[in-house]
Design a protein around this ligand. Structure first.
Ligand SMILES: Cc1ncc(COP(=O)(O)O)c(C=O)c1O
Length: 392
């Protein structure tokens, strides 16, 4: 990402879709809670008839997100999973989906367990970091679905390689960019068709709203954005206006928050790796570390390395639980990307829905913990982790 784009993004989070209200001059866009709109005659209105089909507050946040992702159009949903379900509803029954093997547990459940039963989808899980394996698995696929960085192993998938393969086989590519946010990477710039987010994470940033986003590239197959907009209304998968206003408010500080969070995460990851023996850590997983297998690709496609760190601890389960419950600033809770730091245990929480055999295959074991670094002082966060890791 060029410096020019980065600077523009820090400005756009504050101004895109957030022009002062033309009626009153209010610098914060008004929140429209009305569910219905007066019609001026048959087929004559002022752009709105019913709030599920269109709402001025929702339009503002959607236009901001489309701008941030360099997308043609963006749509907001009541949760990340609702965004994902709406994307899947664009497929024909029996469609073939090739998905990355490391995915958030809820998305895995939707793809591997719900999709085949409800829609007859055939789903294959492959390691998207292995481009040759992906190219061969992608033959005949309708959809390629992946996360980068992935949850919880923080694998880095080469965006350009996936978009090239998707074009070659005629599949739609979807990147769940939740862990990066638009301040970390812009997948559409690499030829990906659709970006998905759980807006519950960095975009919302305060652990007080659930939301999801689909942003569609100009280069996506004809009609895809219109189809998603149609399904958003037809399935009723809309974010409520007060959450749209809250999300728009949160986006104004997105660049500041992500800059602070990723800088602190880089400092913590480096320190934990340097002192891993003393801290009883077998592995520090963070894309910004030169020891990370995807580091070189991350350098090429990311503006920063994000705020998530995964650790493999040395020791038995009791120690893992002691660390999880031993921090004071890092709350032991699921979710991520918020101003407060969080620590969690993927095998028993976010990835409990993943088949045990699959968890074993990709090494999501009991020894793995995931940190989401917030906006607190980095020195305080280190002291908090230090006390929990060194406790006997
Ligand atoms: C990478 C990723 N995608 C999607 C989701 C689902 O989002 P939501 O919880 O908003 O439905 C999550 C939730 O943790 C996630 O981590």
């Amino acid at each position: 990402m060029s410096l020019k784009n980065r600077a523009a993004l820090a400005t756009r989070v504050i101004h895109s879709g957030q022009e002062p209200d033309p009626v009153t001059g209010a610098v914060v866009p008004p929140l429209y809670t009305a569910t219905t709109y007066v019609q001026d005659g048959i087929g004559k209105n002022r752009g709105y008839d019913y709030s599920r089909s269109g709402n001025p507050t929702r339009l503002r946040v959607e236009s901001c997100l489309a701008d941030l992702e360099n997308a043609n159009a963006a749509f907001v949903f009541p949760s990340g999973l609702s965004a994902a379900s709406t994307m899947l509803a664009t497929l024909k029954p029996g469609a073939r989906i090739v998905a990355h093997e490391d995915l958030y547990g809820g998305v895995y459940r939707l793809l591997a367990q719900v999709g085949p039963v409800m829609s007859g989808f055939q789903v294959d899980l492959v390691d998207f970091c292995d481009t040759e394996a992906l190219a061969s698995a992608a033959q005949g696929a309708d959809l390629l679905w992946f996360e980068t960085p992935s949850n919880p192993l923080l694998k880095i998938v080469d965006l350009q390689a996936v978009s090239t393969i998707a074009r070659e086989v005629g599949a739609v590519s979807v990147c769940d960019s939740t862990f990066a946010s638009p301040c970390g990477q812009l997948p559409l710039d690499f030829g990906i068709d659709v970006v998905m987010h759980s807006a519950t994470k960095f975009l919302g940033g305060h652990s007080d709203l659930l939301g999801g986003v689909l942003a569609v590239s100009e280069g996506a197959p004809d009609g895809l954005a219109d189809r998603i907009g149609y399904l958003q209304n037809a399935l009723g998968a809309v974010m409520c206006p007060s959450d749209c206003a809250l999300l728009l408010r949160s986006l104004r500080t997105l660049a500041l928050r992500v800059e602070r969070q990723s800088a602190s995460a880089a400092f913590l990851a480096q320190t934990l790796e340097t002192r891993s023996e003393e801290f009883g850590i077998a592995e520090v997983i963070y894309p910004g570390l030169s020891s990370h297998p995807g580091h070189a690709i991350a350098v090429q496609q990311m503006a920063n390395f994000g705020a998530l760190i995964s650790l493999r601890l040395v020791g038995v389960k009791d120690r893992v639980e002691r660390v999880l419950t031993g921090t004071h600033l890092f709350h032991f809770a699921v979710s991520l990307g918020s101003v407060e730091s969080l620590i969690q245990h993927p095998a028993s929480l976010t990835h409990a829905a993943v088949a045990e055999s699959h968890r074993e295959k990709i090494s999501i074991g009991n020894d793995l913990i995931r940190l989401s670094v917030g906006c607190e002082d980095a020195g305080d966060l280190l002291a908090d982790l230090e006390a929990a890791l060194l406790a006997h």
